[in-house]
Design a protein around this ligand. Structure first.
Ligand SMILES: [Zn+2]
Length: 293
């Protein structure tokens, strides 16, 4: 049932960036049938360059347009027009909608998303912010940055806003709730799941970087699991987990992973799976899947 929706998002360019699990408080407003402007509080579950998944306590229809407002630090407000792409779930806490932001240049989320072709250079990805100006950016970590994050939980890099090197830390969700973990599970996971053919990235770069960072593994129909990475490369990752994932299985992985921070799930395929009987764990190797052209 998600194929028509995925087709729509693809043509609308929703997939032109990573999708980050990130909760941001919002206000939605729209004109109702009698011409009255109505407002409600909402929040994001996933954000991408041109859209996201929002939870809202109101029934909307695909194609319906709404205005979104986002409070900024101080008294500022960021606003944009958005279109409901699809209702993807109905939970007791509200409806989940995939939305498309109609003003792509509005930088509504205040997050810089790198262009997808740079993803092949990524060992790991994180939503980070400059500790000086708080500008947020999806960062593709190289080996040096990954090692720095592993030992110090921060990375030194140039900030385009500060126009200087600065310390970057993981961005924390603006809303923290006990259900945020669960919310990332079922339906949002299905939204985030890709439907492209499995095309494993070419094995041109096999350099492995050992780093003991956490990863979150999401498999459709199963509980999310936090696992420990053994090494990472541009083509894939090796990790240890309690669950066994059969060879050939498609899962999504967010690495590095910190509960409550902006996780970026990307599709991978399990290449090997070996029990470690002494530890009661399984060692896995997995290869990143190539995103659709
Ligand atoms: Zn800065």
């Amino acid at each position: 049932m998600f194929f028509p929706f995925m087709t729509t998002t693809r043509t609308e360019g929703l997939r032109q960036s990573d999708r980050v699990s990130f909760r941001i408080p919002l206000e939605a407003s729209w004109m109702d049938g009698s011409g009255l402007v109505r407002r409600l509080l909402a929040h994001s579950l996933l954000i991408s360059r041109n859209g996201g998944v929002l939870r809202m306590q109101e029934k909307f229809f695909p194609g319906q347009e709404i205005s979104l407002k986002r409070p900024l630090e101080g008294a500022g407000i960021r606003s944009a027009r958005a279109r409901i792409v699809a209702e993807i779930d109905h939970e007791p806490e509200g409806f989940l909608y995939a939305v498309h932001i109609l003003e792509p240049r509005s930088d509504f989320w205040d997050v810089e998303f790198p262009s997808p072709h740079k993803a092949e250079e990524a060992l790991a990805r994180l939503l980070m912010e400059c500790s000086f100006c708080e500008r947020r950016e999806v960062v593709y970590l190289n080996e040096l940055e990954l090692k720095s994050f592993e030992s110090r939980k921060c990375v030194a890099r140039i900030c385009k806003v500060c126009e200087a090197p600065s310390i970057w830390v993981e961005a924390q969700s603006e809303l923290v709730s006990p259900e945020s973990q669960a919310a990332r599970g079922s339906e949002v996971g299905r939204f985030a799941a890709n439907h492209e053919d499995d095309r494993v990235l070419p094995r041109r770069n096999r350099t492995r970087v050992k780093a003991r960072v956490l990863a979150c593994i999401r498999r459709r129909g199963f509980q999310e699991e936090v696992a420990v990475c053994e090494d990472l490369s541009k083509g894939g990752i090796a990790f240890r987990s309690r669950n066994q994932y059969p060879e050939g299985t498609r899962v999504e992985i967010a690495v590095p992973f910190t509960p409550g921070s902006g996780a970026i799930f990307v599709p991978i395929r399990i290449v090997f799976s070996q029990p470690i009987p002494s530890a009661g764990l399984f060692r896995h190797g997995a290869a990143y899947l190539k995103p659709p052209e």
